[in-house]
Ligand binder design. Structure first.
Ligand code: 13P
Length: 247
């Protein structure tokens, strides 16, 4: 059976002191995790966290990557730079990037391509807003978002991780029910099957108010292969409980 992935998305949280305390508690509590574990940290802390996770089995991730390779793009961070600091994963197209920074499907697809070219696994986020769900457009939206990434990345698509994050469930305490989430994951899986023979070994994560109490049920669904965890990844005990619920 494929191993699940539990990835923490710290978003714009942390400090040198807090990061060290959190990672030390995670390392002390992680024992024999059967799943893959990663933390996606703000770019300035990549070097610090690279040191803290070295040799622990916890992988390092970034939260965004430039769609450009290098050059006059002030404030941007390239995939090669992320790689140099040990990033194994990079979130791409998180709804907060799409919403607050105007990232289009096409830009997200190119970011995934940049990450792959640098040897980083992009965790490509897709998800509908509340208005889109209420209008019955969930499938149309997530399929459109994933289609752009498939189109741009061709046969390399089997190397990405997909994260389904319904926007209305992020940071709200509202979670998609395991059945609602499974339904969308199955839709995404069949879209991937049409693009690659490797679809069944690919990971599709669920994100959106995943916590210690609801993780086990979500993670037991057929097409849910892990979690992308925001708030609960900042508390060692909660993140460890989610890791313990994964396989
Ligand atoms: P929360 O777990 O805080 O809802 O955030 C989910 C998320 O956006 C992870 O990328």
């Amino acid at each position: 059976m494929k191993k699940q992935l539990i990835a923490g998305n710290w978003k714009m949280n942390g400090s040198s002191v807090a990061n060290e305390a959190l990672l030390k508690a995670l390392v002390a509590g992680i024992n024999s995790a059967t799943c893959h574990v990663a933390v996606c940290v703000p770019a300035p802390y990549l070097a610090q966290v690279q040191g803290l996770v070295a040799g622990t089995g916890i992988d390092l991730g970034a939260q965004d990557v430039s769609q450009h390779e290098s050059g006059a793009f002030t404030g941007e961070v390239s995939a090669a730079m992320l790689r140099e600091f040990g990033a194994r994963y990079c979130l791409v197209g998180h709804s907060e990037r799409r919403q607050y920074h105007g990232e289009t499907d096409a830009a997200v697809a190119v970011k995934a391509q940049r990450a792959l070219a640098a040897g980083i696994t992009p965790i490509v986020c897709v998800g509908e807003t509340l208005a889109e769900r209420e209008a019955g457009r969930t499938e149309e939206i997530v399929k459109r978002q994933l289609a752009a990434v498939i189109h741009t990345n061709g046969h390399c698509i089997s190397e990405i991780v997909v994260a389904y994050e319904p926007v209305w469930a992020i940071g709200t305490g509202k979670t998609a029910s395991p059945q609602e989430a499974q339904h969308v994951h199955a839709v995404l899986r069949s879209q991937l099957r049409a693009a690659t023979e490797q679809a069944d070994r690919m990971l599709i994560l669920y994100g959106g108010s995943m916590n210690a109490a609801n993780a086990a049920q979500l993670l037991s669904q057929d097409d849910i292969d892990g979690g992308l965890v925001g708030g609960a990844s900042l508390k060692a005990a909660d993140f460890l409980s989610i890791i313990a619920a994964a396989h």
